[in-house]
Write a protein that binds this ligand. Structure first.
Ligand SMILES: [Zn+2]
Length: 265
């Protein structure tokens, strides 16, 4: 999937034309973010702000001098009510230390290796003091693999390319002091497939992509009518899953970090 195809993918209306506050996981994340923003923060940039549901909420609080959203999806930005810029995470047009707080929520897991390396540099250089990162909690990327019915490429349908633990975040932000790092969100049940279930899933069921997923290899996108087939797969899958081990864990990791050395105003 090249950059233009990724932009087409992330411009889909289905991602942005909705109220995230109605979704439990997103609502809980927002509440935690609001609670952990330090009192001395006056300016915030939200990198990969999506439709701005976090920025728009913070804007209502009238506590901040400057709220800025950047995203590479022009469609997402139409919903953002604060200062906003359409740009790529690898080229954010602000000087070093421009913001008291840099936020990056549910973005890092989507980035290719080059984007990821560049994004880390930008997050660290843009902040004067703090960074807030939220990512899926210790995600098993194999769980969400689906098989393109057209070209048979297997891919993670959320286009998640990496997974994070507290330890990984601490290592990535070695030059920051971790003030808070905790699991949050609803407790989801995760399946640890046994060998029979895994082989059955991989060779016979071949989970189909959801309607919003786009195959990164051939660009195929499922139509709702074809999703009926998926329902049958799901039923078979459910029966099989009785034999799998299940664990419960919270969906998100939320981290607040402080630059180890920063200029005093
Ligand atoms: Zn395909």
């Amino acid at each position: 999937m090249n950059k233009n195809e990724r932009i087409v993918y992330y411009n889909q209306d289905t991602f942005w034309n909705k109220d995230f506050l109605l979704i439990e996981r997103d609502r809980i994340r927002l509440q935690h973010i609001v609670n952990i923003i330090p009192d001395d923060v006056k300016s915030i940039i939200d990198v990969g702000c999506g439709n701005g549901y976090i920025l728009n909420y913070l804007n209502e609080l009238k506590k901040y001098n400057r709220l800025v959203g950047v995203d590479f999806s022009s469609n997402a930005l139409t919903f953002v009510k604060t200062e906003k810029y359409e740009c790529d995470i690898t080229s954010i047009p602000f000087k070093d230390s421009s913001f008291d707080l840099v936020m990056c929520n549910e973005v890092l897991e989507h980035l290719t290796i080059n984007e990821f390396t560049s994004a880390l540099k930008h997050l660290k250089r843009l902040t004067k003091k703090y960074i807030i990162i939220t990512v899926p909690n210790n995600e098993n990327l194999e769980d969400d693999l689906v098989c393109c019915p057209y070209c048979f490429t297997w891919f993670n349908q959320e286009l998640h390319l990496r997974s994070f633990t507290k330890e990984k975040i601490k290592n990535l932000f070695y030059d920051f002091e971790i003030l808070k790092c905790f699991e949050a969100g609803p407790e989801n049940i995760y399946i640890l497939r046994n060998d029979i279930s895994r082989v059955f899933n991989k060779y016979l069921i071949k989970p189909q992509p959801s309607s919003y997923a786009i195959c990164p290899s051939c660009g195929y996108q499922n139509t709702p009518s074809k999703l009926k087939i998926r329902l049958t797969y799901r039923i078979i899958n459910k029966v099989l899953r009785f034999t799998d081990r299940k664990i419960k864990k919270k969906t998100d990791l939320i981290c607040l970090m402080k630059k180890k050395f920063y200029e005093i105003d």
